[in-house]
Structure formats: structure tokens, C-alpha cells
Design a protein around this ligand. Structure first.
Ligand code: TYD
Length: 139
């Protein structure tokens, strides 16, 4: 099964333009505790390079485009987000990287927990160990 889980967000449009509403436990599949956004990303900069122990996120590219790499420790998949009506749902032990930000990219992330540096796995080898531990627990 692919680790790229996309959510189609319903666009409510009329002759004035478009509107999307995000609601916890409806189109966003968790309680929303935090929202942050990334913009003015400098040329050639890639971000992320971490996993989380306990965090669910939906990333929505409000403007411009950005390419995500999602890695579950076995397979690496890429997806380019370039539309405000698509959410990338990231859940579980997944290494993520964000590449190729367009100059005008505004990337909004809706998260299930408050910011907590202790929840980050920033070392790739540590991430692989955590994946291996998690798999041995489920076997
Ligand atoms: P970081 O998570 O490393 O950014 P990215 O994964 O997008 O590359 O965060 C960058 C800095 O911002 C870091 O010092 C932590 C801080 N930060 C917060 O204080 N709150 C937040 O919600 C986030 C996402 C980051």
C-alpha cells in the first residue's frame, strides 16, 4: 500500500471564487491542535528531514508547489502538491522531506499535537531503528 495518502478537500465555489473549510474529525481526520505554514523558502532549500513518534499531519499547498518525499523505512515515495484542494495525510513513523519549493509556495500544515521537539526523530539511522523496533513489536 502506498504511503502517499491524499485527501480531496471539497471546494465550495460560487461566482465570487472558491472556499475550502477544514474541520477536525471530518475532512481532517484528527483533533486539530496546531497549524503552521512555511513560506518565503529560499532557492534550493529543502526542509523536513525528520520523522515523528506521535503526530498526524495534513499538509496543504495553498499556493505554488512543493514536492514531498515520504519514506517508511522500506520505500520512498514522492508526491508534488500544487493545489489547495489536496491534503497530504502523514501518519505513523514516516521520514519526510520537502523539496523543490516554488518561489511563491505557501505550505500549510495542520497537526494533531502541539509543537514538541521531543517528538522529533531527526537522525535517519535512529529512524530506521525505530521502524525496526516497531515492526518487531507487531510480528
Ligand atoms: P522544523 O520542524 O525543523 O521545520 P521543518 O521540518 O519544516 O524543516 O522547525 C523549524 C524551527 O521552528 C525549529 O526551531 C522549531 C520551530 N517550530 C516551532 O517552534 N513550532 C512549530 O510548530 C514548528 C513546526 C517548528
Amino acid at each position: 500500500m502506498s504511503n502517499i495518502q491524499l485527501i480531496n478537500l471539497k471546494v465550495m465555489g460560487d461566482d465570487r471564487g472558491s472556499l475550502i473549510s477544514l474541520e477536525q474529525n471530518k475532512n481532517i481526520p484528527f483533533d486539530i491542535k496546531r497549524i503552521y505554514y512555511i513560506f518565503d523558502t529560499q532557492h534550493g532549500v529543502a526542509r523536513g528531514f525528520h520523522a515523528h513518534y506521535d503526530l498526524e499531519q495534513v499538509a496543504i499547498c495553498m499556493k505554488g508547489s512543493v514536492t514531498f518525499l515520504i519514506d517508511d523505512g522500506l520505500i520512498q515515495e514522492r508526491v508534488t502538491l500544487s493545489s489547495p484542494d489536496i491534503g497530504l495525510h502523514i501518519k505513523g513513523l514516516k521520514w519526510r522531506e520537502m523539496h523543490d519549493f516554488s518561489d511563491d509556495c505557501v505550505l500549510m500544515v495542520v497537526a494533531s499535537e502541539l509543537y514538541d521537539e521531543a517528538d522529533y526523530i531527526r537522525d535517519y539511522d535512529q529512524f530506521l531503528k525505530e521502524v525496526s523496533n516497531a515492526n518487531s513489536c507487531t510480528q
